[in-house]
Design a protein around this ligand. Structure first.
Ligand SMILES: [Zn+2]
Length: 195
């Protein structure tokens, strides 16, 4: 698969930290029983039990989780970023919050919305996940961290993609954080459709 086009950022594709943000925290009732779409956006876990330690990781249900070290790196690069913190069995972990939105081009990878849910109006599956292409390059600047307008994935693992401008990502990479895995975010000028 060869794609030509300018890479303007990176989408974080962190590994699972072997933890649930919601489901194992007595919060399975915040998801639609039919399609798994999260219905309550305000509820938070009180405690996380983490299996795998990474500086940057993801819970099974799609939340980006940062170690104390990576939180320091993130807050030094994105100086106005807000965080929520959570006690875990492996120390305090954080999650960036109040991220702005970036629009992604659903046609680029033929993102399909399947399993329309009569109960909540959501979809069981939206995918495939990444790589992403922007609708408007001006949406993602060099030192931005943003979340995709679309949630992608399956059932209660649907999540928004976290995207980082290229300059910020390069700086982040120098810090050698564990779990910093990513894929390209392509410029809107990329003309070739994903095959
Ligand atoms: Zn539903």
């Amino acid at each position: 698969m060869k794609v030509q086009g300018k890479v303007v950022g990176q989408v974080l594709l962190p590994y699972d930290i072997d933890a649930y943000f919601y489901v194992d925290n007595g919060m399975s009732n915040i998801f639609c029983v039919d399609c798994g779409t999260r219905l309550d956006r305000d509820v938070r876990p009180k405690f996380l039990k983490i299996g795998n330690k990474f500086d940057i990781g993801s819970t099974y249900d799609g939340e980006l989780i940062l170690s104390e070290r990576s939180k320091l790196v993130f807050s030094s690069i994105f100086t106005s970023l807000n965080f929520e913190t959570y006690p875990t069995d492996k120390g305090v972990y954080s999650r960036p919050c109040d991220l702005g939105f970036v629009r992604i081009d659903a046609d680029f990878r033929n993102i399909e919305f399947s399993g329309k849910c009569d109960l909540c109006g959501g979809y069981k599956e939206i995918g495939p996940v990444g790589p992403a292409k922007l609708i408007c390059d001006e949406d993602l600047w060099d030192f931005n961290i943003l979340q995709s307008d679309l949630e992608v994935g399956f059932g209660n693992r649907k999540r928004r993609l976290i995207m980082i401008g290229m300059a910020a990502f390069s700086r982040m990479r120098q810090k050698k954080l564990s779990g910093l895995f990513s894929g390209p975010v392509y410029s809107s000028s990329l003309s070739r459709w994903w095959k």
